[in-house]
Each structure stands twice: as C-alpha cells, then as structure tokens.
Design a binder for this molecule. Sequence first.
Ligand code: HEM
Length: 479
Amino acid sequence: MSMVLASYLLCAIFLLVLLRILRRKFPVYSKPNLPPGSMGWPFLGETLQLYSHHPDSFFATRQARYGEIFKTHILGCPCVMLASPDAIRFVLVAHSSLFKPTYPPSKERLIGPSALFFHQGAYHSQIKKLVQESLSLDVIRHMVPQVDSIAVSALESWSSAGIVSTFHQMKEFTFDVAVSSIFGHLGACHKEKLKRNYFVLDRGYNCFPLNFPGSLYRKSVMAREALSNIIQDIVQQRKEETTMQKRDLLGYMLNFRGGEKGEPLTENQISDNIIGVLFAAQDTTASLLTWILKYLHDNSDVLESVRAEQAAIYRANEEGKQPLTWAQTRKMVVTNRVIMESMRMASIISFTFREAVADVEYKGFLIPKGWKVLPLFRSLHHNPDFFPEPRQFDPSRFQASPRPNTFVPFGKGAHSCPGNELAKLEMLILIHHLVTKFRWKVAGGNKEVEYRPFPIPHGGLPAKFWKVDRDSHAQADRT
Ligand code: HEM
C-alpha cells in the first residue's frame, strides 16, 4: 500500500516539475496569474476598508504591500488598480480599445446615454472632435472678455456677502463660464432656468439612486427632463436665427453632418452632450479653484510671488483700466506653476474607471474580462520617486517638466480632457482679479477634507472676501 502511495506521490511531483518547466520554456502553457491583493469579504469585498479610511491610505498601503498593480473588490465589483506611468499608459493609451469607460446606470441616466464619455469608437471620436473644436485655443482666446467679466462680477458679489462657501461660489462662477462656452451669449431667462435645474440634478447625482416620489434621485431625474426641454428650446431659437455659424459648442453641434448621408445629430445627442460637458466642466474646475485659494492662503510666500506677477500686469493695464489680454494670460508663468502644483496636490480626479472588454495580460498578470480597471492618478502625483516630498506645496517643482506619464491631471489618451485649456484660462483670470483687487481670509482652520465627490476643503472653505481700495493697493505695492 505504501509503495502505491509513494509512486502516486512521485508521479504528482514529476508532473508538477514538468508543468513548471513547460511554463517557463513555452509561455503558451503558462496562464497568467491574477495580480496580488485581497478580494476582502464575500460580497462586501474591501468596500468598508476603502470608505472607512482616507482613500490615500487605502491605495498607499496596498501599493506598498503589492506594488504597481493589485486586485481588490469594491462595491460588488472585482477591480484591478494600477499605479505606475507604464500601467496608466497601457490602459489609457496603448491598449485603450481593450478597456471601455464604465459608469453606474443611475449616473448614465442623469447625464444622458449619448454623452461622449460613455462611448468609445466612431461615435465617441465624432463628438470628441466637435467638443475639442469648440474648446480649441483658437476659440477660447476670444473668450477672454467674457470670462473676465464673469470673474469680476463674481468677486464683486462675494466681497459684499460676508462669509461665503468658496466652493459654492466657485461652482456658480464655473457654471457661468461653461454656459458661455457652450451657448455663447444666452438670455437671462434661459440661463436662470438652466442653472436652477442643473443644480437640482447636481445635488442628486451622488445620492443613492432610489427613484420614488420625493426622493433626491427622482428630483434629479425630473430636473434632467426639464434641462432637456430648455436645451431644445434654445436649439429651436438658434435655428431661427440667421447667423448659424457660431463658434460655441451648440454651433458646432448644429452644423455637424455625419455618415454617408450627412445626418445631423439627434435632439438627444445634442442635449446629452451639452449636459455632459456642463457636468464635466463645473465641479472639477470649482473644486480645484477652491484648493488654489486654500493653498495660496496657507502659503503666504507663494501668494506674494503670484501677487507680484499679477500686479505687474495690472499696472501695465493702467491699474486695470485696459482689459486683460489673451497674450497676458499666456505669460503668467508663476501663476501657472501654482495651478499645476495645486492640480498635483489636490488631484481632484483621484482615479478613473474602465472595464476590461477581454482578458488582458499586463506584465504577466491577468486582468480578466469584465473586471473594473482603475488607473490611480493620485498615487502617481503623490509618489516621492516622481515628486519628492509630495505633501509639500511647492510650485517651483514645475520649473522642470515632470517625467512622461507621471503628471496626468487631465487624464490621458482618447478620453483625456478637452476642456483643459478653458479650465486653465478661467483659473488664471479669476486669480488675476482676486490677488490684484481683493483679499480673503479663510474662516476656521479645519484640515479635514470632504468628498463631494471630488475632494474639497472642509465646509467648502468658508471665507470672507473684501475689496482693497486703490490707496492701500498702491501702498501694498510700495512695501
Ligand atoms: C480643473 C478642471 C478639470 C479637470 C481636473 C478635468 C479632468 C478631466 C479628466 C481626468 C478627464 C478624463 C476622465 C477619464 O479618462 O475617464 C476629463 C474628461 C473630460 N473633461 Fe475635464 N477636467 C476639467 C475641466 C473641464 C472643463 C472646463 C471641461 C469643458 C469645458 C471639461 C470637459 C471634459 C469632457 C467633455 C471630458 C470627457 C472626454 C471624453 O470622454 O472623451 N473638463 N476631464
């Protein structure tokens, strides 16, 4: 009996050794392994660990334990998280067709299923081209006067309002700029209706999607329907105008003709994409601006260097009597570095979601079909190998360009942000007026971060803004 057992054992060992040799010599015998990591508890996965800790520590501990790629299980989905420049390039650029964008159906319903970020392939490319054209440098350079007047009137209103939530005010500002870029000049009535309904939609976007009368989600769905109707109304009005060749997003969409028959976009394609662009433009830029104000407030030496740069432009414009020009916005080197460093520090889009459309192998690891794939932008931006002393706010680090694929605040590849230049322009213009004509003080020193869903300082950064009079301005410049 013991002889039989021993021979079985020997056979098993022989087969195992043979398999190992075959796997090494002939990769065809080798099935790649899943990445290292823990799938957590049945059903729950590691969802509780992610939401009960600071997300940074969730990612950082796993990255330290498992390396640049690891698996986990969040919100009922098996996921692979990736945190290296190579991995991010692999997913978003080199093999992007193997990873499709993925969003919860409740969110897709609120934005509208034809919005570009839910698609890939030909339809996505067509819409992306339109959006990119409407946000190209050649178009946005003509937006300086509009953005300038929106920024000035926003700051004037904050300065007469006591303590305000910076984030809330920034949302109003970025909404107005986005509307201007989408529709050009819009009548006050349409603008007011758009704003009212958009803010209801926005409130329900991140709530639990319970669709019953009176629920937040239902209110959002209804606001979404109202938004579509308002957009149809604006489209109708535009079609009746004689000058159809406007260079705003709506103009580009109405002039589009696709396919062999030269088909125009449908009503739903137009409204879903307009709501999508509004959505992509507003909260992102508003939360980043909120962080910029906090960083400048907390780093007085950086604030002084920004103020010196902007004061020189202000003086060149005869104490603001001449309008700010596009050329001047392109030469705000110090302010631009502050924006870059704020994007790195705050990393408001910490990661993005994709889903593998087939089994994919990356550096010997299997990413199974149907798994969620999360490139972790924030982990790159806070990696000391790429950004020494990553918790230090130091705009001067951007005197040198970051290493390729280590700094991706606007994403990478086919779905990268088409609004990056407009976002930078509105930030530069707002900062110009803020530091040259206003002062602000943050109320309370809470260091906590809130997620709405982008990270923002606690309470939306309550702050008091006030205008400096001409004399104290001149005095401040002399000292
Ligand atoms: C500081 C402000 C902003 C940041 C940090 C930001 C960041 C991003 C990122 C990371 C993506 C890629 C997401 C992914 O790959 O899944 C993205 C996509 C997008 N962004 Fe932005 N964005 C900002 C402002 C804007 C503005 C002002 C607009 C429009 C006026 C805009 C419009 C879009 C659109 C339409 C997409 C989807 C592109 C596609 O799917 O092809 N963004 N943005």
